[in-house]
Design a protein around this ligand. Structure first.
Ligand code: LMR
Length: 393
């Protein structure tokens, strides 16, 4: 049976990660896959994570199953992180959260759940969007439609074009929004734009689905969730996929969460029972370790403060790098948008051929689309990277 299968190319982000690892040049720079790096170019384990793991190792009493929903303490803490401690939605029982294997697990389980609700569901995604959104959602059988998001000339949000196309969506269609730190563009909606898109979603009866993969790495934990929280407060139903990969640095622990918001507590209980059955038929139960770390951190005042300080430090460092990078590129053109954008990514707006030359001639790795992971820079390599880009331009 297998002999009929043709070899597939690797996912471009993962392929680039591998090519970088195989490159023997000592001064190579990885601005490809979205991982945070410190001044020394390493992706460190956060101190709060280390301490939580130490406590877990000392205090752990069992490896028994966690159940399809995962750990209740983690789910409760994630709900509050996303919606805020004072959320009326949580108080009224209109929300439920399940622990998932990473943000990808949350996205895919949401897609399977949506297909269960309505087999011909259409989901609208931004152009561009994270490349893996398409197989994660489309692979579950959802119809994918695209709405324009980024003006290719200015590399900023083309909000009018976005609204104009979403006017053509039908009641019951799903709209996927990036909660903050848009991947791949770094161009986020302003709060006023969140309000406008919320009005459109309400008026047209669309179902919002927010991917929150970078909370805390844009402007701060609460600021990054402001648009999502406004939207959640106005609509009867919503989905949120959250990831702990970046803000807790738990990439390989595959730690994420999926939140359902329903019109009433009764509807939510029934919807959650369906979601749990979907999970049971896919991977049965999520892995425990990463979620236990997050639960330990968020449930302890001292650890939580330590984690938040570290996260704030990462966020400020990315902002500093954004400003330095934009300044260093300035002689070659107006790159001030890099300083205005948020999160790990921005486009440079250069051609695939120029990207190839940066990789082959300078050992600088970025995606063919020209998406650059600003969080992969540091003050040591930044001048060299900027000079190589200026030279190529
Ligand atoms: C990225 O966009 O680089 C990250 O989200 C990592 C991934 O899995 O693609």
């Amino acid at each position: 049976m297998f002999e009929a299968l043709k070899p597939l190319p690797q996912d471009p982000i993962l392929q680039l990660m591998q090519t970088f690892r195989d490159d023997p040049r000592p001064d190579k720079v990885d601005l490809g896959i979205g991982v945070y790096k410190d001044d020394a170019g390493n992706t460190p384990i956060m101190a709060a994570v280390h301490e939580a793991e130490r406590r877990l190792l000392d205090g752990e009493t069992t490896k028994s199953y966690v159940g399809p929903a995962g750990a209740a303490g983690f789910n409760d803490a994630m709900g509050r992180l996303i919606l805020g401690n004072e959320s009326a939605l949580i108080r009224d029982g209109r929300t439920s959260v399940v622990q998932t294997p990473g943000g990808c697990g949350a996205l895919r389980m949401a897609a399977e759940f949506l297909r269960l609700c309505k087999p011909d569901t259409t989901v609208w995604v931004s152009t561009p969007t994270w490349a893996n959104h398409l197989p994660l959602l489309g692979g579950a059988g959802l119809n994918i439609r695209e709405y324009p998001y980024l003006n290719q000339d200015t590399l900023q949000v083309d909000f009018n074009a976005m609204l104009e196309v979403l006017e053509g969506a039908h009641s019951g269609d799903v709209v996927l929004l990036h909660g903050c730190c848009h991947n791949p563009s770094g161009a986020d909606l302003t709060f006023d734009q969140w309000r406008a898109v919320t009005s459109l979603i309400q008026r047209k009866g669309l179902l919002p689905f927010v991917d929150m993969a970078y909370q805390g790495l844009g402007d701060g934990l609460d600021q990054d969730a402001a648009g999502l929280r406004h939207l959640a407060s106005q609509v009867p139903e919503m989905l949120v996929a959250a990831s702990c990969s970046k803000n807790f640095g738990l990439y390989r622990e595959r730690t994420g969460a999926l939140m359902l918001i329903s019109a009433t507590a009764t509807i939510n209980a029934a919807a959650t029972s369906q979601l749990l059955s979907v999970i049971r038929s896919h991977y049965s139960m999520p892995p425990a370790h990463g979620a236990a770390i997050v639960e330990t951190i968020l449930g302890d005042d001292e650890l939580r403060t330590r984690w938040q300080d570290e996260l704030d430090g990462m966020c400020k460092r990315i902002l500093h790098l954004r400003h330095s990078f934009a300044d260093a590129l300035a002689p070659a053109g107006d790159f001030s948008f890099i300083a205005r954008q948020r999160g790990m990514f921005s486009f440079l707006g250069i051609t695939p051929e120029q990207v190839r030359r940066l990789r082959e001639e300078n050992g600088i790795y970025l995606l063919d689309s020209s998406r650059v992971n600003v969080a992969g820079l540091n003050d040591r390599v930044l001048p060299m990277v900027a000079k190589a880009i200026r030279d190529i331009l």
